[in-house]
Design a protein around this ligand. Structure first.
Ligand code: ATP
Length: 293
């Protein structure tokens, strides 16, 4: 059953890259038939998790030759800590999460999880330890309950309902005509961006992986959804290695470290307070966003 979920988990990533609707399970299988450009090593090992430290070591990457997207990028997310990546649109933030998820081969450098290079590991064993909340969450034409259960197809109803509660979805669901059995997706009820992201958070809670990636939606959320997402984000990331791709800096001021990425290069890094004191690009972005409120 878990094998079925693994590809499902990266649907959010490929979603934006593929035209057309993917909200039927049948369509999903045609998507899975598309070959990923990445090749797993023949003697690939299983990932063994200890602290769940994530380390990028001199990573260079381009989708197409001649246009480098990540340029000699190095950083560490210590086990159990929360690191945020910020920077202008197109800086390469989402690309980092795709590489960690073994979706592409690196041009140069290594990505290590607890000291094990991902290129030497089975992709399934890596993906099993990564829970992702992508910018665009894929909802299938089925009930909310079943949509959340994709996080762990073996989960009992009781566990699914707990994840829904922990993702602050209970109140919203109580307002629906058929509660958790309400059909959602293209042919059912349309959920807002924030509601969809909370479904994705509930899936991730069920998956209970060692590493959590939250790719914040660029679209603006109403303050209720934003507050609910922040609260769930905090509970999911507690004690779990967390990488947050953030657009609204107000959501990551508590991160253990913030990396400011520009044109695939790390320009600044530190805590929110340190970066403000540094008075560079991060501080300028913070001032610009503060003035919008
Ligand atoms: P945003 O904040 O807008 O989400 P980002 O910092 O996450 O941006 P990425 O999505 O990582 O940026 O994209 C980095 C660059 O790579 C962009 O110029 C983008 O156009 C390009 N890119 C992303 N995906 C692909 C792809 N599948 N093929 C080719 N180029 C791509």
């Amino acid at each position: 059953m878990m094998q079925v979920f693994m590809p499902l988990n990266f649907l959010g990533f490929v979603y934006r890259e593929i035209k057309g609707s993917l909200t039927n399970i049948e369509n999903m299988f045609s998507l899975l038939a598309q070959t990923s450009p990445v090749q797993q090593a023949e003697d690939a090992q299983l990932l063994s998790i200890e602290q769940a430290e994530v380390r990028f070591e001199n990573v260079c990457f381009s989708y197409k030759s001649g246009r480098e997207i990540l340029n000699n990028l190095s950083f560490v997310v210590p086990g159990g800590k929360k690191v945020a990546i910020v920077g202008p649109s197109g800086a390469g933030k989402s690309t980092i999460t795709k590489l960690l998820y073994c979706f592409y081969n690196l041009n140069q450098g290594r990505i290590l999880i607890d000291g094990q290079a991902t290129e030497s590991l089975t992709f399934d064993s890596v993906r099993q330890q990564i829970g992702i909340v992508p910018q665009d969450t894929v909802l299938f034409n089925t009930s909310i309950l079943e949509n959340v259960r994709y996080g762990n197809l073996n989960a009992s109803d009781e566990h699914v309902l707990q994840a829904i509660k922990d993702a602050q979805l209970a109140q919203f669901i109580a307002s629906l005509p058929e509660g958790v059995n309400t059909e959602v997706g293209e042919r059912g009820l349309k959920l807002s961006g924030g509601e969809k992201q909370r479904v994705a958070i509930a899936r991730t809670l069920l998956k209970n992986s060692a590493i959590f990636i939250f790719d914040e939606a660029t679209s603006s959320l109403d303050s209720h959804n934003e507050a609910a997402i922040m609260a769930t984000l905090q509970s999911v990331s507690k004690g779990r290695t967390t990488l947050v791709i953030a657009h609204r800096l107000s959501t990551i001021i508590d991160a253990d470290a913030i990396l400011f990425l520009d044109q695939g290069q790390l320009k600044e890094q530190g805590t929110h307070t340190q970066l403000l004191a540094q008075n560079g690009a991060y501080a300028a972005l913070w001032r610009a966003q503060s003035n919008q409120h």
